[in-house]
Ligand binder design. Sequence first.
Ligand SMILES: Cc1cc2nc3c(=O)[nH]c(=O)nc-3n(C[C@H](O)[C@H](O)[C@H](O)COP(=O)(O)O)c2cc1C
Length: 274
Amino acid sequence: MAMTGRIKFSLEDARHIGDMIGVDWSQVDIEQFRIGLAVELEHGARDPATDVTHDDPLLTGKIALAHLKELPDYYTRLTAMEAEAEGQPKPVTKILVIYASMFGHTKVLAEAIAEGAGAVADTMVVLESVDDVEPDELEVADGIIWGSSGIFGEPNPKMATFFSKLGRLWVHGSLQGKVGGVFATTSTPHYGLENILRALQTPMQHHGMIIVTNAGPNTPDRIAYGCPYGAGAAIPVESDRSAPMNRPREEEMELARQFGARVAQVARRLKTGR
Ligand SMILES: Cc1cc2nc3c(=O)[nH]c(=O)nc-3n(C[C@H](O)[C@H](O)[C@H](O)COP(=O)(O)O)c2cc1C
């Protein structure tokens, strides 16, 4: 009497199964029993780890009967509970993207990171210049991604000024367990980009943050333009001051979007388990 894949039962099916396991219909509401068969079978259909009955209708019926013996309206209550849970607002993962920029190049990369993070379900992203960010904002974030342009192989000193304001958060361990990621721009690929990314990670380690790497599938684009420490872009200097601002290459922007999404996904999973 296998009913593989079937999760709908007619009243007639329910009566037949109930009769086979000796249900006393004067004690058990047949509609409740019918719903119970579908609900209990669904556990296995949704997740093999919770598949107890292997779609066996008699075993499924016994589970439904056990519940109905405890609470005659068990399945009405369950349906109401599920509806209530559906209506609950889902927890939102907050990601703060902070950039230190002189002329706007790093802001463009930060925007790609924010876009990627924002594409992750149930995620709220705030993108802010390091000039404006207040330490309190870090406390309410689940994930923090900070980045800077390079000045002689080191992050922009604006980052150091910002870090110097985080003493209170360090004392209270406010950032411990939060998810972190870093990004940087320079004008050349080999004049300090990796060093800047590494330098930006160090304060995260002091604060006990969980640093997300920028490793991923070794596609030709990632091998050519990626960096395992964080998102990066080498943006050539404009030919003269009046020229339009150069932007990261599209490959760098795409890797930055992926990085933003990766950090947001890790933060979301740690926060919600999803
Ligand atoms: C004073 C100064 C020092 C710089 N040092 C470096 C450097 O060491 N390596 C590099 O590749 N680019 C260097 N650059 C270039 C910037 O890092 C690069 O143009 C960056 O993308 C600027 O981003 P921003 O407009 O967001 O500040 C330097 C620029 C300035 C003004």
